[in-house]
Ligand binder design. Structure first.
Ligand code: S3P
Length: 476
């Protein structure tokens, strides 16, 4: 009997060996391309720096300029992988886009509202949730099939929040059974979508923007009511490109934004300010590291984005704004931060949407503060590029901080950060936050899986080094 089974056993063994081989190979391959940050403890931040361009504004500048009539020049464009994914998507749909050059200048020959062409393959959007969610609305009705796909993290993120309203407007979109990407937008018999009155189920600028961008192609007036203020770059930029919007403040929190479909966009030059979300790491770093005095130049301080300033100031931070002006419809300022001993606070829930991308950095501030910081009303953090509540709590616990995650937030007791190895889970903002933590840790911090820092902040390591953070990068 054994004798008879031998050839089969050999076959199975070969298969097992082959499987093991592929597992090891793929682990080795992913290790090969992995990037680790090594942040040495101590130091302080000083000088004057300008962080790269705002990611949200960069995405929108490509989208609206591509659909406009005329030539747009964008300066200060973010040359990160996310905004470049949007740029390449429009190139793939036949738009002539030149740049970005070394100073971030991009020129775009707009093709008009109906001038996009069908791309050859699917649009590959990498890690970029903003590209995928906004394009779902914008591409819902162009008379061609198009599919949108992303990396492993983006393919796990919820997309029904955008496909539901756009399908209510008449679009045909296929998702996976879980409502995730790849998204397949089908051309429809109907040449126009129908307008809707939509109340956002959560405070999300991406969903709001998606519905408004679909509304450009709808018959009638599309209105979106948001439960709380969220970033309003889409509204500001649409108006900058000459599109009329009605914006009505319903109460302290809620607003209703309406637009009539069928209009056109007229090219207009755009100056992208430095990204307040990228500045946030430095604002926290300079606040927690004794002896710091750092100025961040030309930062976008749109009121729907300044939760990080409000929250840090409530924690006692020394933040002074100067040179305030408006560029292309967006307010900017220089921000000076000097170190102080922060104190723990209960973060007001109305600040959550205004600081939604900044909680990884704020968690580091909380870990260095005196007393307890409590975050609530932030369940959205669980569906960002990673589960940011879990990622921060796990990392902070490794670094000796007494903290816990809750369904919608975190409770962090300030303490002494130790040294350790933490995992960014491939999330750019987790990686940069833990790099800043080293300014106050007792020993060095090693952060794994940092390649995605390039999605929003190319040159982070060099810029951080230039103002005093002892961080280096290890490529395997
Ligand atoms: C963004 C909106 C936010 C933010 C994201 C960028 C945008 O997402 O987290 O990084 O550009 O509209 P939600 O609107 O889903 O909260």
């Amino acid at each position: 009997m054994d004798h008879l089974l031998l050839p089969f056993m050999e076959k199975i063994n070969k298969q097992v060996i082959l499987n093991n081989y592929w597992n090891t190979m793929s682990q080795e391959l992913s290790k090969e391309s992995s990037i680790t940050f090594i942040a040495q403890s101590g130091g302080h931040l000083s000088g004057q720096i300008r962080v790269p361009g705002d990611k949200s504004i960069s995405h929108r500048s490509i989208m609206l300029a591509s659909l406009s009539e005329g030539k747009t020049t964008i300066s200060g464009f973010l040359q990160g992988e996310d905004s470049l994914a949007t740029l390449k998507a429009f190139q793939a749909m036949g738009v002539e886009i030149n740049g970005p050059d070394e100073v971030g200048r991009v020129t775009i020959d707009g093709v008009g509202m109906h001038g996009l062409k069908q791309a050859k393959g699917s649009l590959e959007l990498g890690n970029s949730g903003t590209s995928m969610r906004l394009l779902t609305g914008l591409l819902a009705c162009h008379g061609f099939d198009i599919s949108l796909s992303g990396d492993q993290s983006l393919s796990l993120r919820p997309m029904k929040r955008v496909t539901d309203p756009v399908m209510q407007m008449g679009a045909i979109i296929e998702t996976t059974d879980k409502g995730t990407a790849p998204l397949k937008i089908k051309s429809s018999e109907k040449s126009q979508l129908k307008a809707i009155e939509y109340t956002l189920p959560m405070a999300s600028a991406q969903v709001k923007s998606c519905v408004l961008l679909a509304g450009l192609y709808a018959q009638g007036k599309t209105c979106v009511t948001e439960p709380a203020p969220t970033r309003d770059h889409t509204e500001r930029m649409l108006q900058g490109f000459g599109y009329e919007l009605e914006i009505e403040r319903l109460d302290e929190q809620r607003s209703r934004i309406c637009l009539e479909g069928g209009g056109k966009l007229v090219a207009c030059d755009i100056d992208v300010p430095a990204d307040i979300s990228s500045s946030a790491f430095f604002m926290v770093g300079a606040s927690i590291a004794a002896g710091s005095d750092l100025t961040l130049q030309h930062v976008g301080i749109n009121p729907t984005r300044i939760g990080i300033i409000n929250i840090l100031q409530q924690m006692g931070a020394d933040i002074v704004l100067s040179n305030q002006k408006e560029v292309g419809g967006e307010p900017v300022a220089d921000i000076r931060i000097r170190s102080v001993q922060l104190k723990g606070i209960r973060i007001p829930e109305d600040q959550v949407p205004l600081a939604i991308d900044e909680f990884p950095a704020i968690s580091i501030a909380a870990a260095c503060a005196e007393g307890q910081t409590v975050l609530t009303g932030a369940e959205e953090l669980r569906v960002k590029e990673s589960d940011r509540i879990q990622a921060m709590v796990d990392g902070l616990q490794i670094l000796g901080i007494d903290c816990e995650g809750t369904a919608d937030g975190m409770i962090i007791n300030g303490g002494q950060l130790t040294s350790g190895v933490v995992d960014s889970l491939g999330d750019h903002r987790i990686a940069m936050s833990f790099a800043m933590a080293a300014l106050r840790s007792a020993g060095s911090i090693i952060i794994n899986d940092c390649a995605n820092v390039d999605t929003s902040f190319p040159g982070f390591v060099e810029l951080a080094q230039s103002c005093g953070l002892s961080v280096s990068l290890n490529k395997r």
